[in-house]
Design a protein around this ligand. Structure first.
Ligand code: SIN
Length: 305
């Protein structure tokens, strides 16, 4: 990688394998070409970037910064969780969980965004507006390493497989049924409100697509594992029963602690992840506190291959 050295920028890795915190860039300002290159190359190398201690970022500024990563997806999710948007910025989702909400949270399961679509997102951008005093972290996992650490035999098997991804959340729904918890309180089973909701019931069109189980990154050329518990249903041409044992192994493997980092948010932090080679998980452990984030997604032109 060819990351330029810039004296005004300080960085801190979030773990040995994924994530970089960057200080010294005001994302609301017009960035120099060197700063843009620094961000681009750092994302390819670290997969997740965090820009803490920003001044308050307006929707327009968030949109302008997001443009750096490609074309903004104006209709970013087809997902049973419908989140409010500002009428002037319908592409920005307000991910809000109120302090008395005992139910499930948005993104509380290991997934890459919208893999049920033909062209899933290239990059995700997130802005922390209001954070719980404790909890509400996001975890990320490096899927290059998930692939590279498999045995040669398993790699050979997976290299030839494709899988069906769907927004009905057959398994993601299961993990997302885990209601809010905190040090003092846990939601009761009745509070796990997502339990009976499916894409069908929430009037979201069902979207299903087949993708390779191992994909190549269009910019780095590296291969990564490309299945996730949220949206992958079965291997193409196989039944769910036939698929599940191997999928279960791969989902567990994909989230090994060695491949992950866990980010503790503070207000006015902006995060960016490469959705082509990572998974993420929003931890639902802040029952009693409000969390308000904003999300933008960057469209990928080509299908995973
Ligand atoms: C998501 O985009 O899946 C949610 C991330 C978060 O709220 O931390």
């Amino acid at each position: 990688m060819n990351i330029p050295k810039l004296n005004h920028i300080e960085t801190q890795s979030l773990s040995g394998t994924i994530g970089l915190e960057i200080k010294g860039i005001d994302i609301r300002q017009k960035l120099t070409e060197a700063e843009k290159k620094f961000i681009h190359e750092s994302l390819l190398e670290n997969l997740v970037l965090l820009f803490p201690s920003q001044k308050e970022v307006s929707p327009k500024e968030l949109r302008e910064f997001s443009n750096l990563f490609g074309t903004i997806d104006e209709d970013p999710f087809s997902y049973p969780f419908i989140m409010p948007t500002d009428p002037d910025f319908p592409e920005i989702w307000n991910i809000i969980k109120e302090d008395d909400d005992k139910s499930v949270n948005f993104g509380g399961f290991w997934h890459a965004d919208v893999t049920y679509r033909k062209c899933p997102h290239k990059v995700g951008v997130i802005y922390a507006k209001e954070c719980p005093a404790q909890g509400g972290d996001t975890m990320f996992s490096n899927q290059y390493l998930a692939y590279e650490t498999l045995s040669d035999g398993m790699k050979k098997l997976l290299d030839n497989l494709k899988a069906k991804h769907s927004n009905v959340m057959l398994y993601g729904g299961e993990s997302a049924r885990f209601g809010a918890v905190s040090k003092k309180r846990a939601a009761s089973p009745e509070d796990r409100l997502f339990a009976s909701k499916t894409a069908e019931q929430t009037k979201v069109d069902i979207v299903e697509n087949i993708h390779p189980v191992v994909r190549s990154h269009p910019e780095t050329g590296r291969k990564s594992l490309y299945v996730n518990r949220g949206f992958t249903q079965s291997f193409a041409g196989m039944t769910i029963e036939e698929s599940l044992p191997l999928l279960n192994f791969l989902w567990e493997h994909a989230a090994r602690p060695e491949f992950t980092c866990r980010y503790r948010w503070s207000p006015n932090t902006v995060g960016v992840w490469d959705n082509r080679c990572t998974l993420h998980y929003a931890v639902n452990d802040y029952y009693g506190a409000k969390r308000h984030f904003q999300r933008i997604a960057i469209h990928e032109e080509s299908r995973p291959n």
